[in-house]
Design a binder for this molecule. Sequence first.
Ligand SMILES: NC(=O)c1ccc[n+]([C@@H]2O[C@H](COP(=O)([O-])OP(=O)(O)OC[C@H]3O[C@@H](n4cnc5c(N)ncnc54)[C@H](OP(=O)(O)O)[C@@H]3O)[C@@H](O)[C@H]2O)c1
Ligand SMILES: *[C@@H]1O[C@H](CO)[C@@H](O)[C@H](O)[C@H]1NC(C)=O
Length: 311
Amino acid sequence: MDLSAVNPLIAAGALAVPIGAYALVQLARLAVPGPHRQARFNFKDKTVLITGASTGLGAALARELYTRGARLILVARSIDKLKALCESIKESGPGHEPVYAYLDLAEPEKVDELVKLSHNGKIDCLVNNAGISMRGSVIDTDMAVQRKVMETNYFGQVAVTRALLPFIPSDGAIVVTSSMQGKMALPYRSAYGASKHAVQAFFDSLRAEERFGLHILVVSAGYIATELGNNALDASGRPTGVTDGNVGNGLKPEEAARQIANATERRKPELLMAPLLHRFTVFLRYWWPSLYFYSVWKRHIMQEAKEKKKE
Ligand SMILES: NC(=O)c1ccc[n+]([C@@H]2O[C@H](COP(=O)([O-])OP(=O)(O)OC[C@H]3O[C@@H](n4cnc5c(N)ncnc54)[C@H](OP(=O)(O)O)[C@@H]3O)[C@@H](O)[C@H]2O)c1
Ligand SMILES: *[C@@H]1O[C@H](CO)[C@@H](O)[C@H](O)[C@H]1NC(C)=O
């Protein structure tokens, strides 16, 4: 048999399968109604409110969206840091004057007043980014820590979203900084993982209510090199003051901000911003739970041994 005549056929066949599958997926995507059918989101001249903008990912998002032409409203508890950030953002080039305000997500009483900071009473894009983490076993961790993390990461986002939803136009967007721990839980982070699972469920519920078609992007962020580890509460509620290796070696916040901005513009419903192995673990959690639980237990023990060696 002459193989040279068969090979191109096999090659064409092998190519047709992935190309055909890709075309089918794209067709299916557009066949289903939803926010992904809207025109791209353009940050130029849009009012964007970012919570937790004083440091880390929130501050990086502020810088990125300023350069994309947004009118920024930045909120957090550290007013001095917000003021300094606004000054430094303005030095990066021409753009709309950013404004800032105090907001404690654990006590968000005056949250409806935030809309007064918008020049036209609209919030085109709400970025629910503020959050806090914790370190500690279920046994050791005070109930006060369990509640504080939930108040900030979950009820805080609920209160802000509920208050500002009427001011978000139908071609606007809501961006939510959740975590890979909103899809799978890790040991010694019970309150954090629970709060992020709750946030994921809350926004998935909202997606299918009367504002169906409103664009909501839930970002399942993997490790990002920010202050999150430093600010994380220990079992008794004090900031740990140390950055663990995972967070320290994470994605640069500037790179994370660019990916989130792009996914918002492209009307993506979800962004899993983590290495392939970590994204794969999400599937493992659902398809082979016992192996997943064994792996995260083992991983924790190995990391602990490594930390001990360093000391
Ligand atoms: N870094 C990571 O590895 C990672 C991974 C996945 C997801 N995330 C998520 O990314 C988001 C941003 O965190 P980050 O990594 O940038 O950490 P970060 O540097 O610690 O920043 C957290 C931000 O949240 C604000 N915040 C904390 N508690 C607050 C409260 N009670 N009221 C109002 N604002 C509060 C902080 O501002 P003030 O202290 O000034 O209030 C700060 O601006 C969080 O939702 C976090 O869960 C981070
Ligand atoms: C964001 O999108 C722009 C334009 O489409 C592209 O050039 C850039 O590489 C993207 N950046 C990231 C981090 O995805």
